[in-house]
Design a protein around this ligand. Structure first.
Ligand SMILES: [Mg+2]
Length: 268
């Protein structure tokens, strides 16, 4: 029996200072990422300990919108445990096997983007009108895969987001709003199909999955058991969530700890 635990990282397992919440005191945080020696992402000590127990007993697969380079900064996760064989980065456009991108996977994604006209060169001209809009501060690219906006949160309304989502949805994109960022993601770049590929490759019999955003929703929905943090964008998907999905009681970094406790209760 091969059990796979697939999890998003940011705002699911690891948290920035802004997203981690107020309930945990400074000494209970463990840093897991540093930029220029400054800690930038955290878990609770208890959460990190649970994570390391889980990752040393079953197949853990990180599934993140971070690029490979950004993912490789999260070294604190793996201080006492081997780095996982597989990591899904760039929101599913890239699958790392022993740290190296699988060309057979990414080539397929590139072909789909060309076919659907959703590659960056197709997106940028359409964004021109929005770039002049008051809420767009910057337009950034994640390697050659997708575009995301840095927005002025004060000037950006739910209506703005819904309008943008509708326009881009018809053209083959999924939008996700996460704090100061709005991702404009080609629908063919998704975590769910990349995870399916890895699950088949390792012949997983049971899949647990966790994630907070709309970019995680299908992966969580398709798992045998899925977890969504209560602060997550994905809980607003609407309608009744199926019984294989649990929403945490806690929010912020404590939601991450709660997910890890639940997974470890199932497994260990
Ligand atoms: Mg996330």
């Amino acid at each position: 029996m091969t059990i796979l635990f697939a999890s998003d990282l940011d705002r699911t397992l690891i948290y920035s200072k802004n997203s981690r919440g107020q309930e945990v005191s400074e000494e209970d945080f463990a840093a897991v990422e540093w930029i220029d020696e400054k800690p930038t992402a955290f878990m609770t000590h208890k959460g990190l300990q649970l994570f390391q127990q889980i990752a040393s007993s079953i197949s853990f697969v990180p599934v993140t919108t971070r690029t490979a380079e950004q993912y490789n900064r999260v070294i604190g996760l793996y201080h006492n445990v081997k780095k996982p064989k597989y990591a899904i980065v760039s929101n599913g456009a890239v699958i790392l096997e022993d740290g190296k991108p699988l060309a057979e996977w990414s080539d397929k994604v590139i072909a789909q983007m060309q076919q659907n006209s959703t590659s960056i060169e197709h997106v940028l001209p359409q964004l021109d009108t929005y770039i002049k809009n008051k809420f767009v501060l910057k337009v950034l690219q994640a390697e050659s895969w997708f575009v995301y906006l840095i927005i002025d949160e004060q000037a950006f309304s739910i209506e703005d987001f819904e309008k943008l989502s509708q326009i881009f949805y018809q053209q083959g994109f999924t939008l996700s709003h996460q704090g100061r960022k709005v991702y404009i993601m080609p629908t063919c770049i998704n975590k769910s199909t990349a995870l399916q590929f890895v699950a088949e490759r390792i012949a997983a019999t049971t899949v647990y999955a966790a994630g907070d955003s709309m970019l995680d929703f299908d992966m969580v929905l398709n798992a045998d058991h899925g977890f969504i943090p209560s602060h997550g964008e994905a809980i607003h998907k609407g309608g009744h969530l199926p019984p294989n999905i649990s929403i945490t009681k806690r929010a912020g970094v404590l939601a991450g700890e709660e997910i890890l406790k639940k997974v470890s209760d199932y497994l260990l």
